[in-house]
Design a protein around this ligand. Structure first.
Ligand code: BG6
Length: 300
């Protein structure tokens, strides 16, 4: 079986490529109403690792069950951002083509390598669905613990879609984040990183090294730049992270192409402040819909 899946939209010629490794979406080509020729909407670093030795630097990796360095006692042996983005997922070979949408579902269950670091039973499924001008990803997390004891054997996790949008980062604005509280991970002390700030900007730019975790956000955002943009709508993903390393942090990353930080912005919806809690037998889902903005406004 191939190591990736390609979905093609018969009407608009949009396409998406998903690696089984990490269920990482590494390409989304979509037309817009202004330009019928599909163009790439995601950034993947030219120096990303594609040999399975490291998560892919770019596209849309899935972050699960921890965001950033692990903080939950059950996650403590896991790498940054968890194991979902560096595990090989399964695909049943089915592409569902309903005309207006084309979809595939990938799944992940504990492998011996995961079980060596993480003791919880789970079933993940990721539904990727391509529309004429949009792409949606929906993560389902089932707690497959057979326990019927009280208190329930909860599965506690964080989850996030780590979207790398192809964009001239120095001209990007992310809205509407004004008045939200956020945590600034670029601060140099633990105390400062853990102290909430209030966003004062009507449009958030990433001209400086930015790593901000907004909590209880509106679940509907626009990432725009002169002449282009992507709208994001989410369900059940209450937080959003805005990240761009700029040269300050980007030049230290082995898998970041030189100047790559000028070509993307990460706007990452997730549940990353606190933990989702799912009782045995139950399933949680979080979804995002990414849509091409056809008439992106010009920035002042
Ligand atoms: C972001 C985090 O989501 O991902 C950043 O907020 C982190 O702190 C970035 O640097 C990239 O992470 P990684 O593990 O892919 O280098």
């Amino acid at each position: 079986m191939s190591d990736h899946i390609v979905l093609r939209h018969s009407k608009s010629n949009a396409s998406v490529q998903i690696l089984l490794y990490g269920a990482t979406i590494v390409s989304w080509k979509s037309p817009s109403l202004r330009d019928p020729e599909p163009s790439e909407r995601l950034f993947v670093s030219a120096t990303a690792f594609h040999d399975g030795s490291k998560p892919v630097r770019g596209g849309i990796p899935v972050v699960f069950p921890c965001f950033g360095a692990p903080t939950h006692a059950e996650h403590i042996k896991l790498p940054q951002h968890g194991f979902a983005r560096s595990s090989t997922w399964s695909w049943n070979g089915v592409i569902a083509d309903e005309g207006d949408r084309v979809s595939a579902t990938l799944t992940l269950e504990p492998t011996p390598a995961i079980a060596a670091l993480y003791r919880r039973p789970f079933h993940l499924s990721l539904l990727v669905s391509l529309g004429e001008y949009d792409l949606s990803t929906e993560l389902h997390v089932k707690n497959t613990s057979p326990s019927t004891e009280y208190p329930p054997d909860y599965l506690e996790f964080q989850a996030l879609f780590h979207n790398y949008f192809l964009a001239p980062s120095n001209d990007v604005l992310v809205t509407p984040l004004q008045n939200l509280s956020y945590y600034d991970k670029t601060e140099s002390t633990e105390e400062a990183r853990a102290t909430a700030k209030i966003e004062t900007r009507a449009g958030v730019d990433v001209r400086r090294f930015t790593d901000s975790v907004y909590e209880d956000a509106p679940q509907s955002y626009e990432v725009t730049w002169p002449g282009g943009g992507i709208a994001i709508k989410t369900s059940n993903l209450k937080d959003v992270v805005v990240w761009n390393p700029q040269a300050e942090a980007g030049s230290k990353m082995a898998d970041m192409e030189k100047g790559g930080w000028e070509k993307f912005v990460c706007c990452e919806p997730g549940h990353v402040r606190g933990f989702e809690k799912v009782a045995p037998g139950l399933t949680w889902s979080g979804k995002q819909v990414l849509s091409v903005i056809h008439n992106a406004r010009r920035h002042q």
